[in-house]
Design a protein around this ligand. Structure first.
Ligand code: IPM
Ligand code: MG
Length: 360
């Protein structure tokens, strides 16, 4: 059994504190059950610290975070801070500096959860999106010319590197192989318009697939068609791989068809480094401090954190613990009136307790 598992916890902003508290409760419960030790250290990062000190993410915090096995993040975004400062300064900076080049977002409808799609149930909605997490429109290149004048020009650049695309594709092919499903990987892009960057994606997809993953069926969708299929035929999908920006957009749609932000979790993964797991929803200022936010997304993120640790270290106890968390969540979802904040029929901490009870 591995030594103590060290995780950094960043509650962040708003309801981040409340959901992280429940995730930790669940972590303590599985650690006791599966016999591993946890050492959690809190990091005070987010809007309040920024307003108090002017610091967003000190360099020293980045290097400290590198020393942890994983990072558990609540939510980023503060109503008194201009949009972009915290998102770019904390979330995106950590993704880049820790080279978390995969953003893994399962889209799975759990039992008893209301789905906005007519006649679709858990048997129809179960796929995973592998979003590239360090390139594309997110790398931050661009500029202004004649800013503030009527002749202003603004550019925003998109990049795709063979290296960045290839490592993401390989991760996705491996995942499609491990998933006990159709062994199909769908590339979602826009090759009919983005004829340079997405040509690289398409060529790399087929070259790598043909050479190293002949057992995985290669499939392609334009991103607009993909949005249509998410609503019309979500059962079509198994594993999706997509560039950063499209991945951002389609996973919000994915979150809605799996029952909303209350349940949608994601992982920013560096398969050999420090990964970061989070509920994909925001800080929900309106619900902050009321004990009404749904902690299940954060609890599912904790399950993903443990499964990723198992993949990194080969330690099966973490894998079993991660799977156990998901099973417990699936026992709790049918008991909730709704997954929406304030409408669950239970408080945030009661839902956390229900998951802990279901674990044992
Ligand atoms: C997400 C979010 C972030 C993103 C924002 C907050 C920068 O929407 O994690 O999907 O665009 O990646
Ligand atoms: Mg997003």
């Amino acid at each position: 059994m591995a030594e103590t598992y060290k995780i950094a916890v960043i509650p962040g902003d708003g309801t981040g504190f409340e959901v992280v508290r429940e995730g930790r409760k669940v972590l303590d419960a599985v650690a006791a059950r599966f016999g591993f030790k946890i050492e959690a250290s809190d990091f005070d990062l987010g809007g309040d610290r920024y307003l108090r000190t002017g610091e967003v993410l000190p360099d020293s915090a980045v290097s400290e975070l590198r020393g942890f096995d994983a990072i558990y993040l609540g939510a980023i975004g503060h109503p008194d801070v201009k949009p972009g400062i915290l998102e770019k300064g904390i979330l995106l900076r950590l993704r880049f500096e820790l080279d978390q080049y995969i953003n893994l977002r399962p889209v799975k409808l759990y039992p008893g959860v209301d789905c906005p799609l007519k006649d679709k149930g858990p048997e129809h909605i179960d796929f995973t999106v592998v979003r590239e997490n360090t390139e594309d429109l997110y790398f931050g290149g661009g500029g202004f010319l004649r800013k503030g004048t009527p002749q202003e020009v603004a550019t925003q650049e998109m990049i795709a590197t063979r290296f960045g695309v290839e490592r993401c594709l390989r991760y996705a092919f491996e995942l499609a192989r491990r998933r006990d499903d159709q062994k199909m990987l769908t590339l979602v892009a826009k090759t009919n318009v983005l004829t340079y960057a997405h040509s690289l994606w398409e060529r790399a997809f087929h070259e790598i697939g043909q050479a190293d993953y002949p057992d995985i069926k290669r499939d392609y969708n334009h991103v607009d068609a993909c949005c249509m299929w998410f609503v019309k035929n979500p059962e079509y999908y198994d594993t999706i791989v997509t560039p950063n920006m499209f991945g951002d957009i389609i996973t919000d749609l994915g979150a809605m068809i799996q029952g909303g932000m209350g349940i949608a979790a994601g992982g920013n993964i560096n398969p050999t480094g420090t990964s970061m797991f989070e509920p994909i929803g925001g800080s929900a200022p309106k619900y902050t401090g009321k004990n009404v936010i749904n902690p299940l997304a954060a609890i599912c993120a904790m399950g993903m954190l443990l499964e990723a640790e198992a993949a990194k270290t080969g330690d099966d106890a973490y894998a079993r613990a991660g799977r156990r968390i998901e099973q417990a969540v699936m026992q709790v979802t049918p008991k909730l009136k709704s997954l929406s904040a304030g409408q669950m029929g239970y408080t945030t901490s009661e839902v956390g307790d229900m998951v802990c009870t279901a674990l044992t």
